[in-house]
Design a protein around this ligand. Sequence first.
Ligand code: ADP
Length: 269
Amino acid sequence: MRNTRSLLSAFFLLFGSASAFLPLRPMWGSTSSPHPDSSSFSLHLRAALTQLQMSKEDPPKIIISGAPASGKGTQCEIIKEKFGVVHLSTGDMLRAAVAAGTEVGKLAKDYMDNGKLVPDNVIIGIVKDRLAEPDCIEKGWLLDGFPRTAAQAEALEEAGVKADCFLFLNVPDSVLVERVVGRRTDPQTGKIYHMKFSPPEDETILQRLEQRSDDTEEKVMVRLEQFHANEDAVKGKYADISVAIDGNRAPSDVSAAVLAAIASSKAKV
Ligand code: ADP
């Protein structure tokens, strides 16, 4: 009974979510037909189960890359929800380590406060260990902010970690600087606002907003410099699975392109 129920929910889950971005045909054949066509139904059931099997055995493995404030965080929320993958943001992992005062946090703090990259040997081990955990293996993963250097990409390769696609969000530097300096976070909900483009309507929320210590004009210049110094080397490692996406438009337009790119990369796997 439990199996039947989970099979059915998997079926509806697939048609409910996958139909938004996969080229699946309507479930009952012709939309004008008042009754389900049983042969078409079983065909679709088989297709859905094959897809379920495939996704279980080979869950999505995605890398998202882009300059600071290129919109990776917003897109990651959407990808996570659509595909159920584990979101691994190295920036968030490092900030948590700093806040918890761990050895890694102590090593990383000064680099982060100055907008510099944390040394490869500090971050590589953490990411490799995390990717080997059962949830990442079972659900797939979304790497956000890693790899940021050629050495980090090589470390993944040596560990046998292979992604299905490498998404790159393109946004001009001038736009990025404006996005960064106005960016604020609500510490209670984690929601990100922008003082000019998307300020909170609620005065209480406005009062409690926090600014990341590296979200100043001076530090974003250093972060952009570091990003561009490594950009070509990292992109070069993923030329065969790379998809460039224009990130300088409405988040919903960006996410439509992002989801289409992931779906087509899975179709090739
Ligand atoms: P950004 O929007 O600047 O890319 P993140 O939250 O991703 O912000 O990262 C914040 C900081 O964490 C970076 O400026 C850097 O100091 C450190 N960091 C995150 N990921 C890495 C990485 N893969 N390699 C080295 N340092 C990293």
